[in-house]
Write a protein that binds this ligand. Structure first.
Ligand code: 2HG
Ligand code: ZN
Length: 467
């Protein structure tokens, strides 16, 4: 049966579009962190939507699961095949066409395999902005960022991916194509079906193309790294920055010393811009068209220093300096990966709860694993912390052994304060079971009903998302 499916896939898509050699499969069956791994019978790489539809239909006829995959940069195992299910990985990586840029409607229509950085470039080439920005933008793809409802560092101003999607084209679990590729800003004709597929992590269908919003370009940027006494000051900075910057605040990111220390230790060329270490740092960026972003940032910083929210500041004086500051922030994931075993907690809390959460949770974790290193950073403007942990001097094995207990304490504290166990990375396979403990019975029931309605045979990315 396997052999006949592989023959049919090769006949439909072309021999070169079906990979089965173990060496060819390796990079598709392990996630970016290297911690989540599975197996698959084949990777198929269709060139267009018709090819995706054919592949999905053939798999459905054979009762074989489909695992959609984009740039494979996800952090919750959502695109990694689960060894428990006979499956085919469906890579969208060959579908890289920018189908249309519409200057009047202010939209761009792209294939699912278009890399985010290429999408940003295509927008710039039309003097427009596609604002979503994140560390993996050089490899993550449109299908992936739609399917995970990706966030990143400019959500504060522009929202999550969901806020930027106008229409989708989706291959359904039975191989039919839903053409919802409409650029309409207004369309009140019943259920907004595209919302089901955004953030569904490929469990309801395969996103093959999207119509996305474009925005006015904001070429002027003012960026600074601030030294902060504590998380409370970072939170108090938010209204101050908003008040002083007239809607131009694009990023307000938090970094603790442990996180910066990892970057300084592991990433070549990284340099501490301050003379002495500080407990916390904030990376602020304003972006504008013709506005005096530098002047606005300066006045905000003066007010912040006066209120003793900021103890020191380094303002980027050039593009290179700006890039160097952002590299310190965006290099944290990579530095933590190089630095040994770690546990990710991509949590979100009501912003007013952030400081107390951080103050409380440290001691609770020390009870489980004394000295566990708290690599705390994230999108403080969105209430989203990457409350990650790295091994204490006792080593990686101790961290791994304590991981379930540590994670439970983090999630319990987050839930107790009205937060969520996944802010932007999704549930994937990593947090699917945990979600069952933190979602209400009604929510779980609704999720299962939606899954059952769209994918009654459970062949679309099984073992992911739905508790
Ligand atoms: C970030 O904000 C990403 O840098 C990755 O969401 C976070 O690796 C992580 O835990
Ligand atoms: Zn993040």
């Amino acid at each position: 049966m396997t052999r006949s499916l592989l023959h049919q896939l090769a006949a439909a898509l072309g021999d070169g579009a079906v990979l089965t050699e173990p060496d060819d499969l390796a990079s598709y069956v392990t996630d970016w962190t290297g911690a989540i791994s599975g197996t698959t019978m084949a990777v198929v790489r269709p060139a267009d939507t018709a090819g995706v539809a054919a592949a999905v239909r053939l798999c459905a006829e054979s009762g074989v699961a489909v695992v959609p995959q984009g740039g494979n940069t996800g952090l919750a195992g959502g695109a990694t095949p689960d060894a428990a299910y006979e499956n085919v990985v469906l890579s969208l990586s060959r579908m890289r066409r920018v189908r249309d840029v519409d200057a009047v409607a202010d939209t761009i229509t792209v294939d699912a395999g278009v890399v985010l950085a290429d999408l940003q470039d295509a927008a710039h080439a039309a003097n427009r902005l596609f604002p979503l920005s994140l560390g993996s933008e050089g490899s993550c793809t449109v299908g992936g960022i739609v399917s995970t409802n990706a966030g990143g560092t400019s959500v504060l101003r522009y929202g999550m991916m969901r806020d930027l999607v106008l229409g989708l084209e989706v291959v359904l679990p039975d191989g039919r194509v839903w053409d919802g590729l409409r650029p309409l800003r207004k369309d009140n004709t019943g259920y907004d079906l595209k919302q089901l597929f955004i953030g569904a992590e490929g469990t309801l269908g395969v996103v093959t193309a999207a119509v996305l919003r474009l925005l006015p370009d904001v070429p002027r940027r003012a960026t600074a790294l601030l030294a902060l006494p504590d998380v409370g000051c970072a939170v108090a900075m938010l209204p101050l920055l908003r008040t002083h910057t007239g809607g131009l605040l694009t990023a307000w990111e938090l970094i603790n010393r442990e996180a910066l220390g990892l970057v300084l230790t592991h990433l070549p060329g990284a340099r501490d811009p301050f003379g002495t270490p500080h407990a916390w740092y904030g990376l602020v960026e304003l972006a504008g068209g013709s506005e005096d972003v530098e002047g606005l940032l300066e006045s905000a910083l003066e007010a912040a220093v006066e209120r003793e929210l900021v103890v020191d500041a380094v303002v980027a004086g050039s593009r290179t300096q700006r890039a160097a500051l952002w590299a310190l922030r965006e290099g944290i994931s990579e530095a933590q990966r190089i630095g040994g075993a770690s546990i990710k907690h991509d949590v979100t809390l009501p912003i007013a709860e952030l400081a107390e959460f951080v103050a409380e949770i440290g001691d609770l974790l020390d009870e489980v694993l004394p000295g566990v290193r708290r690599v705390t950073y994230g999108h403080v403007g969105d209430g989203n912390l990457h409350y990650n942990l790295s091994a204490p001097p006792s080593g990686d094995a101790a961290l791994r052994a304590s991981a379930p207990d540590l994670t439970r304490r983090v999630y319990d504290a987050v839930a107790g304060r009205g937060g969520s166990i996944s802010a932007e990375h999704g549930l994937g396979s990593l947090k699917r079971e945990a979600a069952a403990s933190y979602k209400s019975d009604v929510e779980i029931d609704l999720m299962r009903s939606v899954k059952q309605a769209l994918d009654p045979r459970g062949l679309m990315n099984p073992g992911k998302v739905v508790p």
